[in-house]
Design a protein around this ligand. Sequence first.
Ligand SMILES: *Cc1c(COP(=O)(O)O)cnc(C)c1O
Length: 226
Amino acid sequence: MEPDTIQTRLELVQSRISQAAENAGKRAEDISLVAVTKTRSVEEISQILECGVRDIGENYVQEALEKFGRIGDQANWHFIGHLQRNKVKQALRFANLIHSVDSLELAGEIGKRSLESQKTTDILLEVNLTGESSKTGYPLDQFEDFVEKVGSLSGIRICGLMGIGQLSSDPEDSRPFFRKLKSIYDMLPQEQQVYLSMGMTQDYEIAIEEGSNMVRIGTAIFGARF
Ligand SMILES: *Cc1c(COP(=O)(O)O)cnc(C)c1O
């Protein structure tokens, strides 16, 4: 039996992504893989970069900054965790795409800080798909209004949507939520339809079948987090 290494696990994930893409009538290249590296060491991140993965996703600003100090622009850094307004300035030092914008205040702060450094930051709007109060994301029922208000801010560019499926033992439970998110994505102005970030270790194949073009995968590549 082959040893269970980051490389072999990654290859398995990539072949499953290809198969799911085919099921959805897409090519494997149409799907971006973001390797989720929270709690993983710089050594593990270096291994994934050697395998040709460029996109990595971090959840915590402090942890990401420490890793960014050692890895820098060899990777394309995504911020996928809950972002506090007082951490925005630091997050902008490394993040090229912020997936988790779930309030007007946060979007405003990202815009303001971006303008201060004369740049425009790419963001995704996070939708609260399942309505569970413990989860992050903007509520579905007022989402149209949210998109409009965020869209009028300067210093940011809306590049699509992000959502987290149903965290249950059956990945099929996520399918209706992913389908819903895709229908909202399809209503965005054309220029905002760049990334639909949905699907994690347990449900990425279903997410791709339902129209995801960006999956965020940690455990299936690196093993369980402790
Ligand atoms: C941790 C995390 C992931 C990756 O989860 P896995 O189950 O390890 O694949 C994806 N998206 C977000 C927002 C996360 O916080």
